[in-house]
Design a binder for this molecule. Structure first.
Ligand code: ADP
Length: 255
């Protein structure tokens, strides 16, 4: 049975084609979420079917998740992001007990029981601090790509603290740091540490335990993953493609 999972996120739309007979991922892809999230998703599906050389009729079930999932209700069943990230991470790391998902505009912390069932969760979708949005603003200010922040921060030789818990005020702090010739590496590291503190505060509300999986687009930032692991006292497990765990979970859950 071939199943399709879609995760329509605020920044990126992700797709996974899953062969449930062999319990294996046949194909995955993602693209930046267009002004029309529905058209991004439809074009991703079209490309995937053509790459895998399968027809729409061969897809036995479709699961949709993500912030834009209501736009695609006609494609299949919709599932919460919490369920999908939990299932996707449990498929990749069967022993996982805690999932930290940081995306473009929210962060989610999920605890799982021994069987992989969701036990509890906490979510921040109200404030950009502690999300990928903070990294995007930082990259824009420092004149680099989001994907370059990790290497930049790894060169840090000073411990700096951002005092603002709000991204708008943190941006002013960054501008002041740049005006006083603070090296970009130290600014990037300070932003990573600020996100780490935010996640740590959120985690205090949960009875979490290791192993901890770090997923979502932000998990591609290895300096942030290292800082977060150090703060939590556990090294973090990172899926080979952290962007797609939500879409993978949606495909697995689709019936
Ligand atoms: P959403 O589900 O909200 O669309 P994603 O899980 O796709 O979000 O994550 C998007 C975020 O991932 C971006 O805001 C950005 O901060 C971060 N990101 C994307 N690509 C990279 C990369 N190559 N390295 C580090 N961070 C990245």
């Amino acid at each position: 049975m071939i199943k399709l999972g879609l995760d329509i996120g605020s920044r990126n739309t992700k797709l996974v084609i899953f062969d449930s007979s062999h319990q294996s991922i046949m194909h995955y892809a993602w693209l930046s979420t267009d002004i029309s999230a529905r058209s991004s998703a439809l074009s991703l599906v079209e490309q995937a079917l053509s790459t895998c050389q399968i027809s729409q009729q061969e897809i036995s079930a479709t699961g949709v998740t993500g912030y834009g999932r209501k736009l695609m209700q006609d494609m299949g069943h919709t599932f919460s992001e919490i369920s999908c990230h939990a299932v996707g991470c449990h498929y990749i790391f069967p022993g996982v007990r805690t999932v930290i998902d940081i995306g473009g505009q929210d962060s989610k912390l999920i605890t799982l029981g021994e069987s992989g069932k969701v036990a509890d969760f906490a979510m921040n979708d109200k404030c950009a601090a502690g999300t990928g949005r903070f990294l995007e603003m930082t990259a824009l200010r420092l004149g680099c790509e989001v994907s370059q922040l990790s290497a930049l921060a790894a060169e840090a030789d000073q411990v700096l603290q951002l005092n603002s818990t709000c991204v708008v005020f943190a941006e002013s702090e960054i501008i002041n740091m740049m005006a006083s010739s603070t090296h970009a590496s130290n600014i990037a590291r300070a932003v990573h540490q600020s996100i780490v503190q935010r996640i740590q505060t959120q985690m205090a509300a949960l009875a979490w335990q290791a192993p901890v999986v770090f997923t979502g687009g932000v998990a591609q930032n290895s300096d942030l993953a290292l800082c977060l692991g150090k703060a939590l006292g556990h090294s973090l497990l990172i899926p080979p493609e952290p962007e797609i765990t939500g879409a993978l979970g949606a495909a697995i859950l689709a019936k």
